[in-house]
Design a protein around this ligand. Structure first.
Ligand code: FES
Length: 145
């Protein structure tokens, strides 16, 4: 299930979810950064948990609920986070931002009133070459209101 709808792909078991999303299913909001689980650009949700899709083989995902940034309209928390991102003008080049938003939403589902330290710890692995970290923190706090 991706964003509430069933999908199937013909692909090797070891294919990373990121490849299936972008190349086979046209969910291009999820971005390729490092391809090694290091940057967070490819973050999606699997059963509500933030997961790096570049290192998640599709064979591990049967009967799992996958949410991508394209699923924001059907997901209240994700939509709230996305709107806070708009309100706080977070993106600069924008490339890493869908991964940032997905990680932030998974974090806020567990910590509804986070302080700066908790946000920094949770978002530590989502890299942004433009350095939008201050605005990311502000948007997470706004989304938590
Ligand atoms: Fe997956 Fe960097 S592209 S963590």
């Amino acid at each position: 299930m991706i964003n509430g709808k069933p999908h199937s792909v013909e692909a090797p078991d070891t294919m990373p979810l990121l490849w299936a999303l972008r190349d086979l299913l046209d969910f291009n909001g999820t971005k390729y950064g490092c391809g090694k689980g290091l940057c967070g650009a490819c973050t999606v949700h699997v059963n509500g948990e933030a997961v790096r899709s570049c290192v998640t083989p599709i064979s591990s995902l049967q009967n799992k609920e996958i949410t991508t940034i394209e699923g924001a309209d059907g997901n209240t928390l994700l939509k709230t986070v996305q709107e806070a991102w708009y309100d706080e003008d977070v993106p600069q080049c924008g490339y890493c931002q869908s991964g940032q938003i997905m990680n932030a939403a998974a974090f806020l589902s567990k910590n509804k009133n986070p302080d700066d330290d908790a946000i920094n710890t949770a978002m530590n692995g989502n890299l942004c070459r433009c350095g939008t970290y201050v605005r990311v923190r502000r948007a997470i706090k706004k989304a938590a209101e």
